[in-house]
Write a protein that binds this ligand. Structure first.
Ligand code: NAG
Ligand code: NAG
Ligand code: NAG
Ligand code: NAG
Ligand code: NAG
Ligand code: NAG
Ligand code: NAG
Ligand code: NAG
Length: 437
């Protein structure tokens, strides 16, 4: 990663954090999280307050002055949880209110008193559980961002009693669990009940001094997993444990917060994909099946995979800084089907032109247009076919998208270069920097 590009990234971070210009590099993530925290309400915390009560959660270790406000207790032990009321069975599932089951505890922000839960059996394989603030004040991804599949029309037959997956719940304190209809007595695929979670406190995971782990022991949405579950996904990441994420060793603390850093190990990078696939062996049926869980959220988050000491259960914990809990459960039952079902939710990749599948040459760090022209000539001289010559954002004047640098990449020369590529049936492509544009 080039130094200049790094410092540009820092400027972006400073813009994001507005008045945080006096922060040191290591303060930054904490500050961003803390800023967001002040403005948001942590109803998810309360939703699972029951869980918190029976755990000795470590006090949150945020840097003094950032969230050290006497207004918030930072203590969830008196949080009342929610109870499910006004239940309405619908053609394709149910809808209900989740109301605070006692006085607000305002542990991190003002509790949201009223939530709505919509459960929709959307297809044979897809169960949609959406928990959101009834006032609709929390940020959710607009449909323009990507089209969520529409709820099935009332005229279509109900899958409530026949879909692959089943939504089960306790009304008060509210908790839910998802089972396969074909194996009602097997361990649930997802299970937020306190009785299912490990009885021991969760030890500090990974690098507790890293500011991005400042939310150590911040309980949001937790589900039990089988001991040492086979979990794949939660990218984008260069994972030190390989494709199979570490659940029992050091555990995994995966931050989802898109940022421009090429390849740091185990940290957040360009994309955020809160989807995981679990592949599970069922002793009773002597067979294995896969399912998927997708959290449709744009909120910055940490997702924890862990196995507390001497526990016979592992867990996944979502720690969000806002938004809603909009979950899709995908029944698989094989890995390929899970991926297909995920594609039905988020959309399929765009069609690519034929030339898009040819050889591309790209790097950060060409100094000027002559150097780029030389690459194309050298490829031809070496007999290596080249469909597309790229430039990274160092092409631009002060890294401004769409404006090439007048000295290193003068307009006239750029135009000639592109025309020459085109006359050879070649293409050029430019990075756009979404962080800046
Ligand atoms: C949290 O509140 C409970 C009940 O008031 C209290 O017993 C406990 O000591 C508090 N914990 C912390 C870390 O302040
Ligand atoms: C909102 O929640 C509060 C606290 O639990 C409850 O008293 C009130 O009835 C709820 N309002 C609605 C509209 O459900
Ligand atoms: C599902 O089964 C329940 C219990 O047998 C029944 O009351 C309900 O009407 C069924 N719903 C649909 C949509 O078939
Ligand atoms: C932990 O994080 C801090 C801050 O990011 C870093 O300086 C340190 O090297 C990390 N330690 C390990 C063991 O990764
Ligand atoms: C846990 O982390 C330590 C320190 O980074 C490393 O040496 C060790 O190999 C890791 N263990 C596992 C099971 O990944
Ligand atoms: C379980 O399935 C495997 C592979 O299909 C088979 O080899 C094995 O004999 C089966 N075991 C039992 C106990 O049925
Ligand atoms: C874990 O241990 C507890 C207590 O012994 C037991 O009730 C529970 O069934 C066990 N869970 C699993 C998944 O083995
Ligand atoms: C272009 O960059 C190359 C590589 O850094 C350098 O050798 C060359 O002098 C530069 N040409 C111009 C016209 O600046």
């Amino acid at each position: 990663m080039d130094q200049e590009r790094r410092s540009q990234g820092q400027q972006t971070a400073k813009m994001l954090i507005a008045d945080g210009s006096s922060l040191t590099e290591s303060d930054k993530t904490t500050y961003i999280y803390a800023t967001a925290m002040f403005g948001l309400s942590f109803y998810c915390l309360l939703l699972f307050a029951e869980m918190a009560k029976s755990h000795t959660w470590k006090a949150i270790d945020l840097q003094a002055g950032l969230i050290d406000s006497p207004q918030w207790s930072l203590n969830v032990s008196t949080c009342p949880g929610y109870s499910l009321e006004s239940l309405k069975q619908t053609q394709h599932g149910l809808t209900a209110q989740l109301n605070l089951a006692g006085p607000a505890c305002n542990a991190f922000s003002e509790d949201i008193a009223n939530l709505t839960i919509d459960v929709t059996y959307e297809t044979q394989a897809r169960l949609h559980v959406n928990i959101y603030d009834t006032a609709l004040a929390q940020f959710t991804l607009p449909s323009e961002f990507f089209d969520r599949p529409a709820a099935p029309p009332n005229s279509s037959p109900s899958l409530v009693n026949s879909s692959d997956l089943v939504f089960n719940y306790d009304a008060s304190p509210f908790a839910f669990w998802i089972t396969r209809r074909s194996a009602p007595r097997a361990a649930p695929l997802f299970d937020t009940r306190i009785g299912s979670l490990p009885p021991t406190p969760i030890a500090p995971i990974a690098n507790a001094s890293d500011p991005s782990t400042g939310f150590e022991a911040f309980p949001l949405l937790t589900s039990a997993l089988p001991l040492d579950a086979n979990i794949y996904g939660l990218g984008e990441v260069v994972s030190s444990s390989g494709f199979r994420r570490d659940v029992t060793g050091n555990g995994t603390l995966q931050t989802l917060w898109a940022r421009d850093d090429a390849d740091p190990v185990d940290q957040n990078i360009y994309g955020s994909h809160a989807i995981y696939l679990e592949h599970r062996f069922n002793q009773a049926s002597n067979s294995s099946q896969s399912h998927g869980v997708f959290l449709n959220s744009a909120a910055g988050s940490d997702i924890l995979l862990a196995t507390p000491p001497s526990s016979n259960t592992s867990l996944i914990q979502y720690r969000l800084i806002g938004g809603t809990l909009d979950l899709y459960f995908l029944s698989g039952p094989d890995p390929k089907s899970v991926i297909e079902q995920y594609g039905e939710v988020v959309g399929l990749p765009t069609w690519q032109p034929m030339w898009g599948f040819g050889f591309h040459l790209c790097r950060w760090g060409y100094s000027n247009i002559s150097e780029v022209e030389d690459q194309v000539k050298n490829m031809r001289a070496a007999g290596i076919p080249l469909e597309v010559m790229w430039n990274d954002i160092d092409l631009y004047h002060s890294l401004r998208d769409f404006t090439s640098d007048p000295i290193s990449y003068p307009g006239d020369q750029m135009r000639n270069f592109i025309r020459e590529l085109a006359s050879n049936g070649q293409h050029c492509s430019r990075h756009l920097h979404r962080n800046y544009s």
